[in-house]
Design a protein around this ligand. Structure first.
Ligand code: GH3
Ligand code: MG
Ligand code: MG
Length: 353
């Protein structure tokens, strides 16, 4: 399980590498320094190794990876500067892994600041202790550290952009560009939490294109696909930026309305339904849609909320299609002892409008 997490979280993998390096690479140095009577260098090595191993263990046991990464970067920078002062060239060389590692662990601004500050301080110490001479050796040290940093920055940025792109792709339906079911479940759960925390009003509307099979059968699958694409584009152009369209499956779509008002929900959905009928065509026939919508009520889960919209959609279909039905508000019918809140004690009340 933890190894699975490491595979999926790149920063955790880099942190683990650092922890491993600290354990295998730095600890023997500490022992070597002590054996040579270099007490200060031994204590410094031991300190760096202890901090790195501790932070990595914390991150590995489910701790905050952001925090662990920052602590690791600062501790490594302080360690690199200290060890450069104490042991000379053997410490100065740690500047390169430090500069490369920072860009893989923290954001580009913090990484740039830490890398530049650490490199300049190490350079100053190296010049002061006579490890690096002023002139060409100093220029070479600064320019190679800079190059290592730039390469690492480019790699880290490219990885970050690809990650964002993959996340975006994984959340969308490739045909219509609408968000998919996975993204929908996540957002509906967040809406539920926002409602519980500060009573934010949300509503969902389930849209199902009428007689879509007939459209496919008459005009072909490609024409059907085009109707789906046009339908989503129309919905998106007609709702606010706060609201979002999700493809639930086939020709069924869900719209999540943020800041929705119960008294306006029917009018809002009916205006969308009318717009579809007036705008979308397949051949000469208008494309129509049936809609079932439901406000988010307190004490229900995502499945119960969507199922209320689904039942309303079912009623709209049975009442003849090309219409909107609104789920009634939930009312308590049995708040007796032993009844689970939000389940048996709630039932749908009179429907609006
Ligand atoms: P109703 O009015 O009761 O909703 O009838 P319907 O014909 O719209 O519903 P039904 O569930 O019978 O048929 C839905 C059809 O949608 C069947 C399926 O082949 C088609 N479909 C599902 N996904 C796609 C798709 O991505 N592209 C196309 N062109 N058709 C699809
Ligand atoms: Mg349909
Ligand atoms: Mg359907």
């Amino acid at each position: 399980m933890r190894f699975e997490r490491m595979r999926s979280d790149f920063r955790l993998a880099v942190l683990s590498l650092l922890g491993g390096t600290a354990a295998i690479g730095v600890l023997p140095f500490a022992w070597y320094r002590f054996s040579q009577g270099q007490l200060a260098a031994g204590v410094a090595d031991l300190g760096i190794a202890a901090v790195l191993i501790g932070v990595v263990a914390y991150a590995f046991r489910g701790g905050n990876v952001d925090l662990a990464s920052r602590v690791c970067v600062v501790a490594s920078a302080v360690g690199c500067i200290g060890i450069s002062y104490l042991v000379g060239l053997a410490g100065v060389l740690w500047t390169y892994p430090l500069v490369i590692g920072t860009f893989l662990l923290v954001g580009r601004w913090i990484a740039s600041a830490v890398s530049i500050a650490a490199t300049l301080l190490v350079a100053a110490i190296a010049v002061h202790t006579g490890v690096i001479a002023i002139g060409l050796p100093l220029v070479m040290f600064l320019s190679t550290a800079l190059l290592a940093g730039v390469f690492s920055l480019l790699f880290a940025e490219r990885t970050r952009l690809q990650h964002l792109k993959l996340e975006e792709l994984a959340a969308r339906d490739p045909l219509t560009g609408a968000f998919n079911r996975r993204a929908m479940n996540r957002e509906l759960q967040l809406a539920l939490e926002a409602k519980a925390r500060h009573g934010a009003p949300f509503a969902v509307a389930m849209f199902d294109i009428d007689h879509f099979k007939r459209i496919n059968d008459t005009f072909g699958h490609e024409a059907g696909d085009q109707v789906l694409v046009d339908f989503v584009a129309l919905l998106r152009a007609s709702i606010r930026r706060l609201d979002q369209v999700y493809r639930v499956g086939g020709e069924e779509f869900l719209v999540l309305f943020a800041a929705a008002e119960a008294s306006h929900l029917f009018a809002l959905c009916d205006a969308l339904r009318l717009k579809v009928r007036q705008t979308l065509r397949c051949g000469t026939d208008p494309v129509t849609v049936s809609v079932g919508c439901a406000m988010l009520e307190a004490d229900v889960g995502v499945a119960a909320w969507v199922s209320r919209a689904d039942s309303a959609l079912y009623r709209a279909k049975h009442a003849g299609r090309d219409r909107v039905e609104v789920a009634g508000p939930l009312v308590a019918i049995d708040a007796g002892v032993g009844v689970e809140p939000g389940t048996a004690s709630l039932s749908e009340g009179p429907r609006r409008p």
